[in-house]
Ligand binder design. Structure first.
Ligand code: FEO
Length: 169
C-alpha cells in the first residue's frame, strides 16, 4: 500500500511526465516544419523517454497495490520558435521536472516510505542526465548563433541519438 498523500503525489507526477511527452511531441512537430530531421529524431527519443518515465511510476504505483488516476493533460505551450528559444524552454522545463521529483521525494520522506525513496533515486539521477544533455545542446546552439552550416552539422549529430528503454527503479 502507498500512503494516500504519496499516491496522489505519484499520480500528479505521472501526469507531469505525460505532459512532458506531449510538450516534446509539439516541439518535434515544430522541428519537422523547419526541415531539421536530426532535431526531430532527438525529440522523438525524448518523447519515448518521457513515456517511459510515466510508465515507470504507473507500474510502480500498481506494484504497491495503489491506484493510478489519470487526469487531463494540458495543451503544450511552446513559447519560442527558433531552435535556441525552444531548447531554452526545454532546459527550463527539465529544471521544473527536477523540482517536482524533489517535491515527490519530500512527500515520500514525510510519510517515511523508504521503498518509494529508493525507487525515486533512479529519477533523481535521470534528471541530472536530462539537464546535462539538454544543457549541452543549448550551449552548442549558443555557439552556433546565426551560422546555418553549423546548425546543419548539429542536426546531423542529433540524428544519431537512439532510444534505449530504461530499467527504472
Ligand atoms: Fe521525465 Fe525529462 O523528465
Amino acid at each position: 500500500m502507498l500512503d494516500k498523500k504519496l499516491e496522489a503525489a505519484f499520480n500528479d507526477q505521472i501526469n507531469k511526465e505525460l505532459y512532458s511527452e506531449y510538450l516534446y511531441l509539439g516541439m518535434k512537430a515544430i522541428f519537422a516544419d523547419m526541415n531539421l530531421p536530426g532535431f526531430v529524431n532527438w525529440f522523438d527519443v525524448q518523447v519515448q523517454e518521457e513515456r517511459a518515465h510515466a510508465m515507470g511510476m504507473f507500474d510502480y504505483v500498481h506494484e504497491r497495490n495503489a491506484q493510478v488516476t489519470l487526469e487531463a493533460i494540458d495543451k503544450p505551450e511552446i513559447k519560442g520558435s527558433t531552435p535556441l528559444e525552444i531548447f531554452e524552454q526545454v532546459l527550463e522545463h527539465e529544471e521544473y521536472v527536477t523540482s517536482r521529483i524533489n517535491a515527490l521525494m519530500d512527500v515520500a520522506e514525510e510519510v517515511r516510505d523508504r521503498a518509494a525513496l529508493s525507487f525515486l533515486d533512479w529519477y533523481v539521477k535521470e534528471q541530472v542526465e536530462e539537464e546535462a544533455n539538454v544543457g549541452g545542446v543549448l550551449a552548442t546552439l549558443k555557439l552556433i548563433g546565426e551560422d546555418k552550416k553549423a546548425l546543419l552539422l548539429l542536426d546531423k549529430d542529433l540524428a544519431t541519438r537512439t532510444f534505449v528503454a530504461p530499467v527504472i527503479g
